[in-house]
Write a protein that binds this ligand. Structure first.
Ligand SMILES: Cc1cc2nc3c(=O)[nH]c(=O)nc-3n(C[C@H](O)[C@H](O)[C@H](O)COP(=O)(O)O)c2cc1C
Length: 208
C-alpha cells in the first residue's frame, strides 16, 4: 500500500477525495444574482444532514481562478435562500455546461439552454428539467480556509419539496424512474440504472 500525507498541494488532496468518495450525488443549485438574474451550478460534495428539521449540506470550494467565493456562495450569503435541483440522465450534459465559470451575473440557465421556473416561497428559480426541487432557506456556513480549494460547508433547511408525479411509484420516489446521475473520479459520471435491493435485519431477526 502507498501512504501519502495530506499537507501537499490542493490538486493531490482533491484527487484523493474525488477518487475515494464515489459515487457522489449532484446538487444542482440555483440562486438569484444581485440584479435579479439567475445562477445555476452543480455541486457533488453534497449530502443529507437531518430529516427533522429537513436539512442538507453542500460544499463549495474557493474558486481557483481568483481566490474568491463562487457565485452560488455570494448569492446565498446575500439572499439567504436557494433551490436544490437534481441531475438525471435527461439533463446531465446541460448541467455539465452550467458548471462553466461565467462572469458574475451571466445566467447559466440561458448558457446551458435550461428552463427556469418560479419557486413557491423562495426567489431563486427551480430547474424545470429536474423532476425534484427542494426550496431551501440558508442555515449555516462553516469555512475551512481562504485559499483556492479551501472548502466550506453550507447547510440549508428544505421548506418545500416538489416532485414530478411521473417519478413516483406507490407514492415514493423511484430511483429507476428518476434516473439519477452521479459523479466519480476525474471525468467519471455514474448512472443509477442497476439498483439492487437488500433488506436490513430487524432487531427481532438479530435476536433470533
Ligand atoms: C458534476 C459537477 C460537480 C461539481 N461539484 C463541485 C463541488 O462539490 N464543489 C465545488 O466547489 N465545485 C464543484 N463543481 C464546480 C462548480 O460547478 C463550478 O465551479 C461552477 O462554475 C460554480 O458556479 P458559480 O460560480 O456560479 O457558483 C462541480 C462541477 C461539476 C460539473
Amino acid at each position: 500500500m502507498k501512504t501519502y500525507t495530506t499537507d501537499g498541494a490542493f490538486p493531490d488532496n482533491y484527487k484523493f477525495l474525488i477518487g475515494s468518495i464515489v459515487p457522489r450525488p449532484i446538487a444542482v443549485i440555483s440562486t438569484r444574482n444581485i440584479d435579479g438574474t439567475n445562477n445555476l451550478a452543480p455541486f457533488s460534495f453534497f449530502t443529507a444532514v437531518s430529516a427533522s428539521p429537513m436539512i442538507l449540506a453542500f460544499c463549495p470550494m474557493i474558486r481557483s481562478s481568483d481566490g474568491e467565493f463562487k457565485d452560488t456562495v455570494k448569492n446565498i450569503l446575500r439572499e439567504k435562500e436557494f433551490v436544490v435541483n437534481f441531475c438525471t440522465e435527461d439533463n446531465y450534459s446541460k448541467i455539465n455546461l452550467a458548471s462553466t465559470e461565467l462572469p458574475y451575473g451571466e445566467d447559466e440557465f440561458k448558457f446551458a439552454e435550461l428552463t427556469p421556473m418560479n419557486s413557491s416561497i423562495v426567489k431563486a428559480m427551480r430547474l424545470k428539467e429536474s423532476p425534484i426541487h427542494f426550496e431551501c432557506v440558508f442555515r449555516d456556513m462553516l469555512c475551512y480556509g481562504k485559499e483556492p480549494g479551501s472548502g466550506s460547508l453550507i447547510t440549508g433547511e428544505v421548506k418545500l419539496v416538489h416532485i414530478d408525479e411521473q417519478v413516483l411509484k406507490e407514492g415514493k420516489i423511484s430511483t429507476e424512474l428518476v434516473k439519477f446521475v452521479g459523479r466519480g473520479a476525474g471525468n467519471d459520471w455514474f448512472k443509477t440504472d442497476k439498483p439492487f435491493q437488500l433488506e436490513r435485519l430487524t432487531k427481532m431477526q438479530i435476536q433470533n
